[in-house]
Design a protein around this ligand. Sequence first.
Ligand code: CU
Ligand code: ZN
Length: 186
Amino acid sequence: MKRGVAIHHQLTRAALVSAVYIGVCAVSLAHAVESVEVVVHQVSAQGVGASIGTLTLADTPNGVAITPKLTGLPPGERGFHIHENPDCGPKEKDGAMVAALAAGPHYDPMHSGKHAGPHGGGHKGDLPKLEVASDGTASKQVVVAGVTVKDLKNRSIMIHAGGDNYSDTPAPLGGGGARIACGVIR
Ligand SMILES: [Cu+2]
Ligand SMILES: [Zn+2]
């Protein structure tokens, strides 16, 4: 009889340990939902300049939400992308230094080879355009589907001088042209 009670206690203990273990796993899953803050800097052929604010990247059920808190940008729509390398520095091209060229091309893990905008099946780094208000601030959130914060770590996020027509024609990469601000996603 005594032995039966002991086994019963052992089983109860095993059930408790399992319950605690499942609880710990649930907490770990919750922690997998990440949020990071990216400091954005002006960039030029001379190098990385002053900070113009931050972008907060957070996992949501619909993808990564990017919340800008930026100042000092030219008003209007600006090309906005994830680039491959975690480096906002200048790099030489055809004998001249080019702003933020070290960031490399648009993030393209599927090797699509095409710029197509946020829903076009091209580069995964093609974000919705960044909207800059008439006072040079940007605060409107954009969401990029099909990626997590983890995918975007150790890359950079770029703001261009021009807009973005989500196509490679008539100009490549949406026509955004020069790189004017950049932040490294750590
Ligand atoms: Cu870009
Ligand atoms: Zn692109």
